[in-house]
Design a protein around this ligand. Structure first.
Ligand code: FAE
Length: 528
């Protein structure tokens, strides 16, 4: 088919093209695209930018209430595309967003073909931030740990919210919709893939720490079948940060699926919103680039909408709003960008763990189920995930993702000259985290032997590893009490940006619960 025929066919099938989910099949080359690209103008009643937790919750509640919704997602619709996710040992197309080498926290020795993969990483001077790309956002690549924050800490960081209402209504609702479940203890004891967790827990207990079982959105019934070789393996085959082909209840299988079933949801993938401008009549104009799976521009769109929900994840939301403001397209106040934090993320590890009694095992499930809860220690408060190292090697290493308090919060800015987002964040922001890590590793080694994993991170200290960026558009500060951006009718922020830099545990249950609360009130007040 030549290009003319392609366009003719495209015009005949304009409806289908409009709803086309993936632009991977666009047949023309880069130069031709650039020349032939015309900007399409269109109007949509309600637009959500991003299909992670905040966006998915908003989509379900709005569509259920009868509103037509369009989600613009820069990543791929993996389910529709037919592409498969890849395991950590064999990184493929899903392993990185438009990179030629892997971007895991370590061991990035694998070359890649450039593709709109599911995992992205933004590097700043003192912190590297990982995030999910694709329909389902972070749910595609995260470890699925579904932890409800401690009530006292939730009250401390978000005093503007009614904690009773959250613990009675919004947290249970979030857990139900996200399909949270807990692994059976007998299974964990018997399954060889959880030796790393059992060893990690036993050592922590020996060092005097309290361990806790952690709920997850991975379907443990499925995992038990994996263990018995009855179904294709996913968590037990090293799949996680490059996506899971089975087992994990990602947002495209719950919130987004239900929203699509209403018939009111349109998801446009590979649609990147470049900027937001406010028109004279108060509506919003979105400048959108449509890309193919090589990252090449295949179309441009200008989409006008009266109601805009920005759910691009903390870094995406900060970039979009601060950049649009720096370019004079929207006006924001100085509260936007403030109270950014890394949720106290600090990665570390120990070597020669039980080295002479079989180590942590050759095979690790990718789904963490254990944690060390030292939050109530006034001197060294932390919550630590006992993380797997699913590389198929018995490296006798345990890996820990520590979550600490964030006494010194940072801030996000947009540097117009350099054309990029910047962060006020340096080693002083992670000082307390480093002290906790030193204390934790010392205590573990004193009780159990072993050494700090000097070869990982910076001599064993991963102060710059961040999986949980939070804050920047704090609820009730940069927004009103339900997420409406200050001074902007019809423009809402619904994602991790609403939470002021820390929540003390893995954050997606809280992001989901806060989004449920906000959208319920937004619909009541602004969509009637
Ligand atoms: P998010 O899920 O990041 O979704 C934002 C979406 O917006 C993405 O799909 C983007 O592609 C899209 N987007 C961004 N910019 C644009 C644009 N300009 N135009 C169009 N689309 C755009 O946002 N949390 C837990 O609670 N438990 C865990 O076990 C856990 N493990 C993690 C492991 C890894 C490797 C990573 C990276 C994160 C992990 N997290 C975990 C964090 C969690 O996934 C994250 O807090 C949430 O996904 C954030 O949800 P949001 O709704 O804020």
């Amino acid at each position: 088919m030549n290009r003319k025929e392609f366009i003719r066919t495209g015009i005949l099938g304009a409806g289908a093209l409009f709803f086309m989910q993936s632009c991977a099949l666009f047949p023309f080359g880069h130069d031709e695209q650039e020349k032939g690209i015309k900007t399409q103008k269109m109007k949509k009643s309600t637009v959500i930018i991003g299909s992670g937790y905040g966006g998915a919750v908003a989509a379900l509640r709005l569509t259920e209430a009868g509103h037509k919704v369009t989600i613009l997602e820069m990543g791929l619709d993996w389910q529709k595309s037919g592409e498969k996710f890849s395991a950590m040992k064999h990184p493929g197309n899903s392993a990185a967003w438009l990179r030629t080498r892997t971007i895991a926290p370590f061991m990035n020795v694998f070359p890649l073909r450039k593709f709109t993969g599911a995992l992205d990483r933004w590097d700043f001077d003192h912190v590297k931030i990982w995030m999910g790309r694709g329909v389902g956002g972070g749910s595609l690549v995260n470890g699925g740990m579904a932890v409800t924050p401690k009530r006292e800490y939730f009250e401390e960081i978000l005093p503007q919210l009614d904690a009773e209402l959250f613990y009675d209504k919004y947290f249970p609702l979030a857990r139900k919709e996200l399909q949270v479940n807990v692994a059976d203890e007998k299974f964990l004891n018997e399954c060889k893939y959880y030796k790393f967790s059992k060893v990690g827990e036993a050592e922590a207990q020996k060092a005097g720490f309290k361990t806790v079982r952690v709920p997850n959105v991975y379907d443990f019934n499925y995992m038990e079948k994996e263990c018995r070789d009855e179904v294709p393996k996913s968590a037990l085959a090293g799949e996680v940060i490059y996506g899971n082909n089975h087992g994990k209840n990602t947002l495209d299988k719950n919130y987004l699926k239900k929203a699509a079933e209403t018939g009111n949801l349109e998801i446009l993938d590979l649609h990147k919103v470049e900027s937001i401008a406010q028109n004279g009549d108060g509506s919003y104009l979105l400048e959108v680039t449509v890309i193919n799976t090589q990252g090449e521009t295949v179309a441009k769109k200008e989409i006008t909408t009266d109601k805009l929900i920005v759910s691009a994840g903390v870094m995406g939301t900060m970039e979009l709003l601060l950049k649009s403001a720096a370019e004079g397209k929207i006006k924001v106040d100085d509260k936007l960008g403030k109270k950014w934090g890394n949720n106290g993320n600090f990665m570390t590890g120990r070597n020669w763990v039980k080295a002479f009694s079989g180590g942590t095992g050759l095979n690790h499930s990718t789904i963490p189920v254990g944690a060390i809860d030292n939050w109530n220690d006034p001197e060294h408060p932390f919550f630590t995930e006992i993380a797997p190292l699913p590389m198929g090697l018995n490296v006798a290493t345990t890996l820990y993702l520590m979550l600490n308090r964030v006494p010194k919060l940072g801030a996000a800015h947009y540097d117009k000259e350099q054309g990029k987002l910047t962060l006020d964040w340096d080693r002083s922001n992670t000082e307390n985290m480093q002290k906790n890590a030193e204390y934790f590793i010392r205590k573990m080694n004193d009780a159990n032997g072993g050494t700090r994993s000097h070869l990982l991170f910076h001599n064993g200290w991963g102060y710059d590893v961040c999986y949980h960026p939070l804050g920047g558009a704090v609820l009730g500060e940069a927004t009103d009490q339900f997420g409406k951006l200050n001074g902007h009718e019809g423009l809402y922020v619904l994602d991790g940006s609403l939470i002021p830099g820390t929540v003390g545990v893995n954050p997606f249950v809280t992001i989901t619960a806060v989004a449920e609360y906000c959208i319920e009130n937004i619909i009541r007040l602004d969509f009637s």
